[in-house]
Design a protein around this ligand. Structure first.
Ligand SMILES: [Zn+2]
Ligand SMILES: [Zn+2]
Ligand SMILES: [Zn+2]
Length: 340
């Protein structure tokens, strides 16, 4: 039998650290644990043996009655408490729409705050509903935790999504929404989806709208990533261009300087392609933007460089000063970038 919910480590890390408890020696710790275990066993026995029980709980299984104690149930749930206010003698409670074993697991939890692992796995959705309906937050949190971390799957996600709305569990609703968007094809063919379409068509529409929004968000993110990649490539090309014309690289030396035979390995990825483009540019007979695609590309880079060049008077990049002067005369770019 498992103890009730412990806060998840994720949540715990955000909380102010609690003051450190006094250290327990091993014997005290074992004794304390053993006493807690015995106490829980006693509560379980009280429930199982129904000693002096004064509450009868009836479910859809008409031949079986679950017995309980008004004082314990009323103490654990304000809903039970208000039910039992009406009379002081034997109480009868009717719980419909959930399996008998789910009700039994629920009532047992009110006694000992414990549950069987298999029971909670099998009846998790019923227990979520019961804990919400009878206002037992400890069990409700446990159900939400178990669903979120262990029990959510393609087959039950649509049902859980609907229950999260009915049971006022917003975090679970968000988790389900994300889950559905991740496996939309599988979720939208599940039995739960078909039932939702029949009973709550507006929820289906809501999920389809959120799928469209998510797709748009992803497209926008991809566009931004592509833009950023292009920007970085251009930035590197600009850096490499200045470096080739100022320092020289593998095959091109700067004007007026002899290229060193033993160059250190170049740190610019763009250098290799840029060198061959520059060599072509210097030797091309057409050299007219628009007539030669290679030269057009080179012109675009040169024009872009001139826009960001800080001092064209000392700059060694070809045509930098020329383009800058043309711009200052006409007020327009010397050569317009195709993408701009
Ligand atoms: Zn280089
Ligand atoms: Zn050319
Ligand atoms: Zn320049």
């Amino acid at each position: 039998m498992k103890n009730s919910y412990n806060p998840s480590p994720q949540i715990a890390t955000n909380i102010e650290p609690a003051s450190r408890p006094l250290p327990l020696n091993k014997t005290t710790f074992v004794q304390r644990n053993s006493r807690v275990f015995q106490a829980r066993e006693s509560w379980d026995r009280l429930f199982d043996e129904a000693y002096r029980a004064d509450v009868e709980i009836h479910t859809d299984s008409h031949d079986v009655v679950i017995y309980g104690h008004a004082s314990i149930l009323g103490f654990a749930s304000p809903v039970f408490r208000s039910m039992f206010k009406k009379s002081r003698t034997k109480h009868q409670v009717l719980i419909h729409g959930v399996p008998l074993e789910a009700v039994r697991t629920f009532i047992r939890f009110l006694y000992s705050s414990c549950y069987e692992e298999e029971q909670i796995e099998e009846h998790i959705l019923s227990l979520l509903v019961l804990s919400h309906a009878f206002v037992v937050p400890q069990l409700k949190r446990e159900c939400e935790y178990q669903i979120e971390h262990r029990l959510l799957n393609v087959d039950n996600v649509v049902d859980v999504f609907q229950l999260s709305l009915l049971c006022d569990a917003p975090r679970l609703g968000i988790i389900c929404n994300r889950f559905i968007l991740k496996c939309f094809d599988a979720a939208s063919t599940s039995a739960g989806w078909k039932a939702m379409r029949a009973s709550h068509p507006h929820l289906e529409k809501k999920l389809i709208v959120s799928l469209k929004n998510e797709n748009n968000r992803r497209k926008e993110m991809m566009r931004k990533l592509t833009d950023r990649k292009v920007y970085l490539e251009l930035y590197e090309a600009m850096e490499a261009l200045v470096h080739i014309c100022r320092d020289g690289c593998r095959t091109i030396g700067p004007q007026g300087k002899v290229l060193k035979e033993e160059q250190e390995p170049c740190r610019y990825e763009a250098c290799k392609g840029l060198e061959s483009l520059l060599r072509h540019y210097f030797g091309c007979k057409l050299r007219v933007p628009g007539d030669c695609t290679h030269c057009k590309k080179m012109w675009q880079l040169l024009e872009l460089h001139s826009r960001i060049c800080t001092d064209s008077n000392v700059c060694r990049v070809p045509s930098c000063r020329k383009i800058m002067r043309a711009k200052s005369i006409t007020g327009a770019p010397y050569f317009t970038l195709a993408s701009s």
